[in-house]
Design a protein around this ligand. Structure first.
Ligand SMILES: [Cu+2]
Length: 179
């Protein structure tokens, strides 16, 4: 990667994503959760339901870059939350920590997976309570100015839509990544 990184120190991390997936995925039939615009495919945007009264939640998804150049995710926003930030969780010495991430670079042909224990979008200041099964819009902003909007589903705690008993969440091609 040739991009010069200027935020090496401090808590801010510039993350170059390595890929958890193998070959590019087959076309997905789940129209309610997938969105492909300008060569970026967002799949399975999901957010575990927050406990009553809690206005902070996390958003997970997978982002596949179908284009020929790096896709660099720099912002996330939702009309249902005051703030949304890119974060990365990790374990160090048995302690879970979380850091802000300035941007997420996804090389051409690769998939970045946002999942519990790793990359996620921190959603803060919910403007309404979002119950199980509800959805909310999220817009992803890229360095080149592209904006991609997707609909995220509120799922049972810790559950990806894939793992849900909900029939509309019909991923059946084994796209979950096991650690
Ligand atoms: Cu976080």
């Amino acid at each position: 990667m040739t991009i010069v990184r200027t935020f090496r120190k401090s808590l801010l991390l510039v993350t170059s994503l390595l890929l958890l997936g193998g070959p590019m995925r087959a076309e997905n039939t789940d129209m309610t959760l997938d969105h492909s615009v300008d060569g970026v495919l967002i799949e399975a945007a999901w957010s575990p339901v927050a406990p009553p009264g809690i206005k902070t939640s996390a958003l997970y998804l997978s982002l596949t870059n179908l284009g020929c150049a790096n896709a660099v995710l720099v912002s996330v926003e939702s009309p249902d939350f005051m703030h949304a930030h890119l974060h990365k969780s990790s374990m160090s010495g048995g302690m879970a920590t979380m850091e802000a991430v300035v941007q997420v670079e996804v090389p051409a042909g690769k998939t970045a997976v946002f999942e519990p224990g790793g990359l996620h979008v921190m959603l803060m200041g919910a403007k309404r309570s979002l119950g199980l099964g509800e959805t909310f819009p999220v817009t992803l902003g890229f360095q080149d100015g592209r904006k991609i909007s997707v609909i995220a589903s509120v799922t049972a705690p810790g559950k990806q839509p894939d793992a849900s008993e909900h029939s509309m969440d019909g991923h059946d091609h084994g796209s979950m990544h096991m650690n």
